[in-house]
Structures are given as C-alpha cells and as structure tokens.
Design a protein around this ligand. Sequence first.
Ligand code: SF4
Length: 107
Amino acid sequence: MSLADLLGPSPEWMANAACAEVDPDLHFPSGEHGPANMRQIWQAKAVCASCPVMGQCREYGMTEPHGVWGGLSAGERREIRAREIDHQHELARHAAVQLDHEYGRAA
Ligand code: SF4
C-alpha cells in the first residue's frame, strides 16, 4: 500500500512520489519527540530528498497536520505557517501605519 492508496483520489504528481515505493507508515510517525520518532522522521526525509515532486508535495502538505510532507515534519510546517502569519500581520500593520500617515496628514 502506498501514500496514494491511503489518501484516495490524489493529484497527478503523486504518481511520481518517491514514497510510493516505501511503507506509507514511514511518513507518519506517532509523534515528533523521542529517538524513535526522530529517527523515523529523518528516514522519511531521506526518501523525500530524492523525490522528483518534493515542491508540489510541500505546497500540498503545508496544511496537513500530521506526517512528513515535502521533506518537512508537521512541526516544521507549523513553524513556517506561524512565520507566514506573523509576516502577514506585519505587512498589515505597516500598511495601516502608511495609510494613517498619508490620510492622517491630509485630514
Ligand atoms: S516529497 Fe516526500 S512525502 Fe512528498 S511525495 Fe515525495 S517522498 Fe512522498
């Protein structure tokens, strides 16, 4: 059974997934802590490192709460999403300050 088998109907790029040839459980450790889980995550990442569709997989998996997708663990994806949200908030604050600066002076 492959990752594609587990997920059901899937994007075309999954047909080229390197993990289609390995045990799908490899990419879904039971947690993110402890030597056994860390070893499993690194083994999954080693498969991802040679995957021709890693970019598509990373984008697709960014909102997946579990497993290794596109060479990133669930915790790494959470950190990236949190940084992106912080960045969006910073951009919004900057835009608000600029609007206030421009229109505040005009009023
Ligand atoms: S990047 Fe990793 S999880 Fe994604 S399809 Fe390739 S081998 Fe599978």
